[in-house]
Design a protein around this ligand. Structure first.
Ligand code: DAH
Length: 339
């Protein structure tokens, strides 16, 4: 009898099952009323009295082992089913660390949002451009220094294929195929042949805005600028326009805002003037309208352009331009709460 028990014990320890029906068949084979272990219990009464203790114990152990084994087989199949259902090998292992938006993206979106409230829509253009869209259509003279290799990156020594030096190129692209009213905002990356330092980089980002319609005046430009400055830097912000020169606008101006660090009292950031320059602007030169196929007698326009890095520096006091492209996560994580 003991041999039979031991043989059954080995058989049971080695059991396997690949589905629930097999587990149930095993339960019936060993543990049901007519199962092999129950039959052994029936034989128990024939065991000699002096062996009863040892064999009784072995029988009970066998029954427990069989019950545990069959339960274990059932559990293993159930959890294997669950793993299959949930298993997604493409999922990122947890915990999933949340990223943050790049500060330049945050500020770009904020600028776009402000102009969107005034009815401007986003327009984009290519970074690899031609001379016409970057310079000629925008009234740059043939000998303008911006056309020089010193300032502009040319592609394969071809003077007609270059990296755009400003997003004003998107103005002429849009005007070429759209008649007024035009109200666009053009964000994008631009390139200039500059030595990289804390204050200059060979690529940076700009946002251009253009409004062309009948009866657009300098007063419209000024009001748009004031609205933008106060939405971006707070309702206390003052603006100041200084005469300037750009080939594509006449008259042209540069806009300063009251220094948002010292509130205009004067500090090292604003070089103790109380003002910081943030953008260029002006009334679109009639030559530009005509070059792009728009009747300059009927329509007028204003344009403005600003560097996103500059606005970001003012908002967040980033001292070194290179921080924006180094992708140091310690720097980027500082903007997590700015969302
Ligand atoms: N394109 C100029 C630059 O890169 C910025 C600019 C100035 C854009 C005046 C304009 C403007 O639209 O009217 O420095």
């Amino acid at each position: 009898m003991l041999d039979k028990i031991n043989a059954l014990r080995q058989e049971i320890d080695a059991l396997t099952a690949s589905d629930a029906a097999q587990v149930e068949a095993l339960r019936i084979k060993y543990l049901s009323k007519k199962g092999e272990i129950s039959l052994l219990f029936n034989d128990f009464r024939n065991v000699a009295p002096e062996d009863k203790r040892a064999i009784g114990q072995a029988l009970n152990e066998l029954k427990n082992a069989a019950t545990d084994k069959i339960n274990a087989l059932r559990d293993a199949l159930a959890s294997a089913d669950n793993i299959d259902a949930d298993l997604d090998l493409s999922r990122t292992a947890s915990p999933i660390a949340l990223g943050s938006r790049h500060p330049l993206s945050l500020v770009r979106e904020e600028i776009i949002d402000i102009f969107r409230r005034l009815g401007f829509t986003v327009a984009e253009g290519p970074e690899v451009e031609d001379d016409w869209h970057v310079f000629s259509s925008l009234n740059f003279a043939a000998d303008h220094p911006a056309r020089d290799m010193q300032d502009t990156f040319f592609i394969q020594r071809n003077p007609d294929v270059l990296l755009r030096t400003h997003t004003s190129s998107v103005q002429s692209r849009v005007m070429e195929h759209t008649q007024p009213p035009i109200r666009i905002i053009c964000p994008g990356r631009v390139y200039r042949n500059e030595a990289i330092s804390a204050r200059a980089h060979c690529f940076f980002h700009q946002v251009e805005a253009l409004y062309v319609d009948e009866n657009v005046s300098f007063a419209d430009l000024r009001q748009t600028l004031l609205y933008f400055a106060q939405e971006m830097f707070g309702p206390e912000t003052k603006i100041r326009l200084r005469p300037s020169y750009f080939p594509f606008t006449e008259p042209s101006a540069e806009m300063d805002i009251s220094c948002n660090l010292c509130g205009g009292k004067g500090c090292s950031f604003c070089k103790h003037t109380g003002w910081v320059e943030i953008l260029g602007c002006g009334m679109v030169d009639p030559n530009v309208l005509e070059a792009c196929g728009i009747d300059s007698k009927k329509y007028k326009g204003f344009a403005l352009g600003m560097g996103i890095e500059r606005i970001t520096n003012l908002k967040y006091q980033v001292k070194d331009l290179r921080m924006f492209s180094e992708n140091d996560v310690r720097f980027l994580e500082e903007f997590q709460s700015a969302h």
